[in-house]
Design a protein around this ligand. Structure first.
Ligand SMILES: Cc1cc2nc3c(=O)[nH]c(=O)nc-3n(C[C@H](O)[C@H](O)[C@H](O)COP(=O)(O)OP(=O)(O)OC[C@H]3O[C@@H](n4cnc5c(N)ncnc54)[C@H](O)[C@@H]3O)c2cc1C
Length: 506
């Protein structure tokens, strides 16, 4: 395919960005800001996705909110602030067109997308090419960022699936809730792998087990059956997904004991308080390398979010659970990134391709734009012959990148051979999990659980008074946010002083 771009002022080869959504628009802006020409390929309006309604760049397909804007107390607010400090186009346009929304950053969606489109099209280093890239990009595009989002067009999806290997691209999220480890009551839940098996890399105590009596199990099943569920959108309804992976409430509908023989199977798990196997068990498995986040094994669900919080807090040990993310099932296209991408978001088997946005396995408008920002900076640095280390993992940008490219645990410690939705063998799904459980890497919003813990959490306030419960949690978040911005400043500084040895095209 011939690239349709205007002759550019620089002699550097252009970087091609596919998809002018949240990630692609931000990536193109970052590349051009570094003085490198970009061709931004967008298929709309020639070919629309099932969710987009306009031809504008960075169209918000659903809500108009970028969520909390509080950098001191909220991880997504921190991400906003870090992106502002990195010259983000998405944040600048969001700030310019914000609407009253309390502590949240909500935007006038039309004015926002119009502003992003104008800023991109006015930039002499950016060419917006309205065309679908229906296959892998031509071999002479030496640096490409694929930012085609959760609704990547079918031709390109198929080509990516083929290039990355069977099973490396998912078409549905089947998300089990993820819980902050420090909110689990370990006087009730205990650490043990089924029958104490160690597996290839386990200790025999790799799961946190929440026990249930018969009465508690029956009350839980009743709540699941009565709980309010979300429905599928028309274009999501006919999916082969359900052949392989059932939501827990659907399993409960099939029979009162179905869950007890599936993900809530208690065999081989001795409750230290009774010395016996409980009637049923909910297992949690470590989700990130830091050990701060644990997922509910086999608990993919279509329950409404508020219902999940209410019903899952009925589980003994989870009465005060704080959820880093709630479960869900919806159409999504995303890579098994921890396995496939290198730390600068390049596809290991085809490094001329970088990925950005939701297709990498982040979740949300802001996170998608943040990964676009990083991909753009990495690609620009490469084109200019500069080396750019990833942002420190103590920053929200670095933590999100780390979740995608390395922080997630791929191989469960005492894993058995579970089947992923398409019937493929997955890497290391848990013992005791639903045999049809989805692969373990799941899209994730930014949250403090992705950042490394503080070496010493604050114990007292400014006046020396001992901090208690929620106050201590708040002080900890604030200290993590301050650490993040200080570490980000050093990373930005590093780039400003990086020596340039621009690699020019012949
Ligand atoms: C229905 C739906 C609702 C969502 N609601 C929210 C929400 O309310 N809040 C939230 O934070 N997140 C939401 N998300 C999740 C996610 O944040 C958004 O999808 C976000 O837009 C992802 O950004 P992105 O840049 O990765 O992809 P997108 O913004 O979707 O951009 C991808 C772009 O690539 C283009 N494209 C696709 N294939 C090709 C191709 N082959 N060639 C050229 N162009 C191509 C598309 O037209 C699109 O413009 C939602 C997702 C979906 C699917």
């Amino acid at each position: 395919m011939a690239a349709r771009y205007k002759p550019c002022m620089s002699a550097t080869n252009p970087i091609h960005v596919i998809g002018a959504g949240l990630a692609g628009s931000e990536a193109a802006h970052q590349i051009a800001s570094a003085g490198v020409p970009v061709v931004l390929h967008e298929m709309r309006p020639l070919r629309m996705t099932e969710a987009h309604k306009t031809e504008r760049c960075a169209e918000l397909v659903c809500s108009n909110s970028f969520r909390s804007d509080d950098w001191e107390n909220n991880a997504v607010g921190l991400l906003h602030e870090e992106m502002r400090r990195c010259g983000s186009l998405i944040l600048a346009a969001g700030d310019r067109h914000k609407l009253p929304a309390g502590g949240a950053l909500a935007v006038d969606r039309d004015a926002f997308a119009a502003e992003v489109t104008a800023r991109l099209t006015e930039n002499p280093l950016i060419t917006l090419a309205r065309e679908e890239i229906p296959d892998l990009p031509p071999g002479d595009w030496m640096s490409v960022i694929v930012a085609t989002g959760p609704l990547t067009s079918p031709g390109l999806s198929a080509a990516i699936a083929k290039a990355t290997g069977e099973g490396s691209l998912a078409f549905f999220d089947a998300i089990a809730p993820v819980i902050h480890r420090d909110s689990v009551d370990t006087s009730i839940a205990w650490f043990q792998s089924r029958y104490g098996k160690t597996g290839p890399a386990g200790t025999g105590a790799d799961y946190l087990n929440c026990p249930m009596t018969k009465e508690q199990y029956n009350a839980f099943i009743d709540a699941l059956l009565a709980g309010e569920k979300t429905s599928f959108k028309d274009w999501e309804a006919n999916t082969p997904y359900f052949d392989g992976c059932l939501p827990i409430e659907v399993m409960a509908e099939r029979g009162r004991d179905t869950l007890r023989y599936g993900p809530m199977k208690p065999v081989g798990l001795d409750d230290p308080r009774t010395g016996r196997w409980p009637y049923a068990v909910v297992q949690l498995r470590q989700d990130n390398a830091l050990g701060t986040l644990w997922n509910m094994v086999g608990f993919q669900t279509k329950l409404k979010h508020a219902e999940q919080v209410r019903i899952f807090r009925m589980i003994p040990g989870l009465e005060n659970a704080e959820f880093a993310r709630l479960g869900g099932l919806h159409r999504n296209t995303y890579l098994n990134s921890p396995k496939l991408l290198d730390p600068s978001l390049r596809l290991k088997v085809l490094p001329r391709l970088r990925f950005a946005g939701q297709i990498t396995g982040c979740e949300g408008y802001v996170e998608s734009a943040a990964i676009g920002l990083l991909a753009g900076r990495f690609a620009a640095a490469e084109a200019l012959g500069r080396s750019l280390p990833p942002p420190p993992p103590t920053t929200a940008l670095g933590a999100l990148l780390n979740h995608i490219t390395g922080g997630h645990i791929l191989v469960a410690p005492s894993g058995a051979d579970d089947r992923a939705p398409s019937g493929r063998l997955d890497e290391g799904e848990p013992d005791g999990a639903n045999k049809n459980a989805p692969r373990s890497f799941q899209p994730m919003n930014i949250n403090y659980g992705l950042l490394p813990d503080l070496e010493a959490a604050p114990q007292t306030d400014a006046s020396g008074k001992k901090l208690k419960g929620p106050e201590r949690g708040k002080a900890k978040k604030q200290a993590m946010s301050r650490r993040a911005l200080a570490d980000l400043a050093q990373w930005i500084d590093l780039q400003q002083h990086a020596p340039s040895s621009a690699r020019h095209a012949s």
